[in-house]
Design a protein around this ligand. Sequence first.
Ligand code: A4P
Ligand code: MG
Length: 197
Amino acid sequence: MARALLAGVKSRSALAFLHLTRFLRRTGSHFAGKRYGALLSLGGNLGDVRATLDRAVAMLCDGSDVRLMARSRDYRTPPWGVADQPPFVNLCVAVDTSLTPHALLARAQTVERVLGRDRSEERRWGPRTVDIDLLAYDDLALNEPELTLPHPRLFERAFVLVPLAEIAPERMIGGIGVHDALARVDTAGIEQLPPRR
Ligand code: A4P
Ligand code: MG
């Protein structure tokens, strides 16, 4: 009797697990049960940027779906792409996540929106309150307009590589070491900022 009951419970939980896995696969927001390492870059140059970036990291990393593993210090960086704009503050984070790459990007874009980023008011590479880019997700390579991994301009950008090398110098991304990539870019004008408090 007890054995039959136990078998019933076991098959019910197996069924529930199957449903959960199917649901997660369908909604695509989680890679059922597994966690992956991802690297993100954050930056901004409008408003109280350092406060905004602190809030962005806190909102992005809720401690369950996305756990903060490492955060670089803040760096003041000369504007890249469009020179005629204020300097940026940049940082990088390493996270451990159960979200799919697209769900992680969607979360990053929600955080950008909540913190006042309005894409319709912007020009490309121009001023913004906060910008969050997904640099790498595990060793995944993706080539879609809405999500390209590793980030296609990562290795051209000292404002990304300097903070990234602080938290992940040995990391290989698309076959290139972060430390080696940093040695190939011009880091002039990048300045590490003291802690806020
Ligand atoms: N997208 C595709 N792949 C990714 C990815 N790996 N991560 C898509 C994030 N987004 C990705 O992004 C445009 C589209 O790219 C999104 O809809 C997304 O689905 P965006 O952030 O709106 O575009 P953008 O920011 O104008 O262009 P881009 O090339 O992403 O540039 P950045 O890096 O965001 O440039 N100078 C300094 N010193 N520091 C900075 O932080 N930032 C920028 C903005 C320019 N100059 C800078 C800095
Ligand atoms: Mg961006």
